[in-house]
Design a protein around this ligand. Sequence first.
Ligand code: CP
Ligand code: NVA
Length: 317
Amino acid sequence: MKRDFISILDFEKELEETIDVAINIKAKIKSGGEFQPLKGKHLGMIFEKPSLRTRVSFEIGFSHLGGTALYLAPNEIQVGKRESVHDVAKVISRYVDIIMYRAFSNKVMVELAQHADVPVINGLDDLEHPCQIMADLMTVKEHLHKLEGLKLTYLGDGNNVCNSLLLGCATVGMNMTVGCPSSYEPESGILQKAKDIATKKGMVIEVIDDPIKAVKDADVVYTDTWVSMGDEAELEQRKRVFPPFQVNADLASHANPNHIFLHCLPAHRNDEVTDEVLDGEHSKVFDQAENRMWAQMAVMLKLLAPKSVDTRVERIE
Ligand code: CP
Ligand code: NVA
């Protein structure tokens, strides 16, 4: 049976283990080691929205593993418009071994995965961005040397990145506080699910509208754009509501003095985050961007493993 990576919860049982595989692959390849278990495999990448990190990290990451990647630009396939979602899924499955899809709609994402005969990875939709969160948690583990018990504060829009962070933090036993205006809260079903998982582990997930309280003692401070792709019509309204949630040096001073700052990027400098924070000593955003590649390589290995490839990576201390 093929497996997909549509929600971060699809890796609920092996989230931290996958992060450890990613850390190992990174160490191995950076030290000059050969690791090409996906030789002869093909990745199809369908994009309905623009991208820098997702496009480049998937393409280069897959080629590090020995495979080849095909980029399909917005307007090329037109999933569900030029051809039904079902037929696109069936046809592309005949050519490639694995699909990465960046979509407007989570509904279409799920439908494509249902009909595809090969694994489908969510490269962002309107509900989740699971690859991002795999890289984010990897970056936290690299810099703070653990995950369990830490507090991550997310400030701004309760969007796709925030939704996946809630599920990811809960799964690895981190506390998470979302500081956001009341009408921009994360998706309610996801929030409840994250709370249920966190409660079982003795951790706290909360959403509050006070940015200073939210950021208090945070080990990780995280923000994302106030206007996600697809929300452009609300730009003016959003620019009025979100400024109190801007991550600036003043707000960040309430966090743990050893905190790290993360942003999935692209950043809108001096909107959701100031230059001094983005370029400051706490910021790990470029390590985070790099880790997209290593984290996704670990995910692709896990998804393709049951077929025939040997995905073992010896630990490099
Ligand atoms: N963070 C992220 O997904 O970036 P791109 O939109 O450039 O892929
Ligand atoms: N929330 C943003 C993330 C971009 C990587 C968006 O969906 O546009």
